[in-house]
Ligand binder design. Sequence first.
Ligand SMILES: [Zn+2]
Length: 218
Amino acid sequence: MAFSEAVKRAVRSKAHHSCCICKGVGVEVHHIIPQEEGGPDTEENAAPLCPSCHEIYGANKNKRKFIREVRDAWYEICAKRYGPGDALDGIKRSIEELTEKVREHLDTKYARRSDEVLESIDELVTKVWYNRHQLRKQMIDVGEIKLVKRERFPPKSSGRRPIQRDIWEGALKAAARVEAEYGVENLGPWDDFEWGMINGKLSALRWVMGDGWDMLDT
Ligand SMILES: [Zn+2]
């Protein structure tokens, strides 16, 4: 008789296909008590040995106990090495947590977090808007832009397009909120250099977030 395929598979699998003595990969399933001595074709009588260890230890009667011991020790190591399903889940969780920690560390140490960048973009866009609002306000104050009940396209020659009164009132409220948030002293007016800085910063931050360099909408 010989080992059944099922026994061979079980032995190889428990040994992770490695020799229980030298840990070399690629094993033969060895009868510890030889067949001629009536050794059974059972897992208990089987040991995973590479061809070389098979040759060295296989026929040595004095090594049978040794083979059995290293086999059992190796099975135990193999079982612990990858562990049952829940142990593996534990390892996966630890790796995910570690990865997350590393990512957070790298984010804060070497780069701004994206929410910080978006916050800065928001602030710059708000300041640009506020400045345009102030220019519009001056034009309204001097009568260059008219406030109307309902916005209409003016005739081509009649200068600046009028602004609908309720829309303008909404804009004034928004401007007041901006002043409360940033302080009037931080809201211009800016000279050309300062404008250049603001627009440069805005372009750079938008670029970081994936926009093209020439994205200038505000
Ligand atoms: Zn070996």
